[in-house]
Design a protein. Structure first.
Length: 301
């Protein structure tokens, strides 16, 4: 029996067992009977690198450009973009370690970046909380709008992220996989709750189903898209990892593991593209309003 089989929970936490020797097979060789998902996973990771990095850089540029007219959630979006850029840098090293290398030393670096990505839902949760307060508790939101609590919250989240990533980098903490399970379950449940509450509030705000204000209708559609992306990217690990014991070690290691993490990691590309599409829509609306104003002024003259 190969060493990869001895403890699937170690793979779950570290993405690769710790006691790897030069005589052992690479992960790709050990999964040669079912390589399709592994190839698909690496393809998603390189898509993250080639699409996610420029998309997140564009997000950073737009936030900097529009800082005079920024939303309250932009501080969380900015730091989430920085986090995703860091994560999107690892595919070449990941490819080398999965396909070519059997040494364990470089996996310490990868585990640190995996830890950063594992905790990215914390920033998403902050965005959902900010929007939840704006829609359902507008008075409290207005009172807190100009205070520094968002910057403090960002610092706290980064401390948690770096502490988690450092602990995952070590890789030998007993039952550490339960920390990830708790984070992803709590963040997923919180984000779904916030977005459903926002959708319900926006749906109830109009006098009739077809009479919703255009601005609220756009907000409704945007939150609905965000909810769909949250479910698409983060539901697989939520649904599969708690039932790890029900899969054979090889199936979990070569199939389930990479399906769940591949979909979750691809959020590094989907999230900035969603933000850019929202900014493009806002730009078009502003252009339309400007054109209507110019037309009315011309008719008046």
């Amino acid at each position: 029996m190969e060493v990869f089989y001895f403890n699937s929970s170690v793979l779950y936490v570290s993405h690769r067992p710790l006691n790897v020797t030069a005589a052992e097979k690479t992960i790709y060789e050990s999964c040669k009977e079912m390589p399709t998902v592994l190839i698909w996973y690496l393809s998603l990771q390189f898509a993250n690198m080639f699409l996610g990095i420029p998309a997140n850089l564009m997000v950073l540029w737009l936030i900097h450009k529009n800082k005079g007219d920024s939303s309250t959630s932009d501080i969380f979006i900015l730091h989430l973009a920085v986090l995703d850029i860091l994560f999107c840098l690892i595919p070449p090293l990941e490819l080398a370690n999965i396909v070519f290398l059997t040494t364990s030393s470089t996996w310490y670096v990868l585990r640190f970046f995996y830890g950063i990505k594992d905790t990215s839902p914390l920033f998403l949760s902050c965005i959902c909380l900010d929007r939840y307060m704006a829609v359902l508790h507008p008075i409290t939101f207005a009172e807190l709008k100009d205070r520094k609590h968002r910057a403090v919250l960002v610092i706290i989240v980064w401390v948690v992220i770096l502490a988690y990533a450092a602990a995952k980098c070590v890789g030998n903490i007993v039952n550490f996989e339960k920390v990830f399970t708790a984070i992803i379950l709590a963040a997923f449940a919180f984000m779904v709750f916030c977005n459903i509450a926002i959708l319900w509030a926006l749906r109830q705000s109009g006098p009739g189903r077809d009479d919703m204000h255009p601005v609220k209708k756009r907000a409704f559609k945007m939150v609905l898209i965000i909810l769909a992306i949250i479910v698409f990217n983060y539901f697989p690990p939520v649904a599969l990892f708690p039932f790890q014991a029900y899969f054979s070690p090889k199936v979990f290691r070569c199939y389930i593991h990479y399906v769940a993490f591949g979909l979750m990691d691809f959020s590094s590309t989907i999230q900035p593209i969603l933000y850019l599409s929202k900014e493009k829509l806002k730009w078009r609306l502003n252009c339309c309003q400007t054109s209507e104003t110019l037309t009315s002024e011309t008719q008046t003259q």
